[in-house]
Design a protein around this ligand. Sequence first.
Ligand SMILES: C[S@@+](CC[C@H](N)C(=O)[O-])C[C@H]1O[C@@H](n2cnc3c(N)ncnc32)[C@H](O)[C@@H]1O
Length: 320
Amino acid sequence: MANENETYPLGRDSKESARLNVQNAFLIELIGTSPIHASIPENEIKCVADVATGTGVWLRDIATHLQKTNAKTKLEPMCHSPSSCSTRNTSEDTDTDTDENEEEYYYHGFDISPTQFIKYNTSNTVSPINLSVHNILDPFPEEHKGRYDLVHVRLLVMGLKVEDYEAAIRNIWGLLKPGGYMQWEDIDATSYSTAPAETEPPCVTEMRRLITRAVNALGMSPVAPAVIEREAVEAGLEGVRRDVCSTVSRKEKLRDKAREWLVRAARCALPVSMAKAGLIGEDEGKEVTEGLLRELEMGWGDAVPVVNLQVVVGRRPLLE
Ligand SMILES: C[S@@+](CC[C@H](N)C(=O)[O-])C[C@H]1O[C@@H](n2cnc3c(N)ncnc32)[C@H](O)[C@@H]1O
């Protein structure tokens, strides 16, 4: 279990890191062919921050993806000092480049805890992944302000209380260059559901009831993506949209992965969140969860978990 004073109740052991890494591939597949939302022009993205990065696995994938698809790979190592991303995207800054073809990439992951950080070996054509400890609720250090073309957040729903989202978005805004994009992917309690709804196994309905009760008792939001969207609009991000990426339209392809996701998510989130909310002891929570999962193993029928991953995209205005 995490630090008692922290909102985030989930563990950070090697099993949980492995879960995050398996989940990463599934969630990228769920949102489409690229880790970046289709509305964001990939060729404009060079400096990327990932907040609440966990193991940093999403950054590893985005680094490989961007530098492959932008296909300006160079044989010599790229510049990757923190200063390689200008803090402001002004014409003065861009004019100082000596080689106009030079592509400079910078990747930085932040997390409230370093426990799950992994040091990735990137190839010599991919800039390194930088990782540091930072709470999203605190303003970021000056060196990071206005630096990023894209700030990504994924699955912070269990780390924030309802009233925290406003500060989180304000601090993300601070990281963005004018014209930079926020992409925040999160889930709500409907991820604990199956389709078709009429044949949902009763144990899944019970899981949804338990997680909703725990999340409410902890002061978190059971409708986090809608809150993120609202706060992004209120903060003044432009073109804010919220897309729902569900397994339902691609159930033949994603059924098995979605089932595995639901089982792992229930096992890691249900006992600790119920315990931290004071609804039940953690050992009892584990027994209840395992009982529900045994029922599920015997009674999947045709059910496919819905896994409603929602992607909120918004852009810091170019001119303020
Ligand atoms: C479910 S994990 C998701 C990790 C990663 N985004 C991913 O999708 O693989 C949630 C992460 O949020 C981090 N976290 C929780 N509260 C935070 C906060 N206030 N600021 C920054 N990170 C936080 C946790 O330490 C954990 O690594």
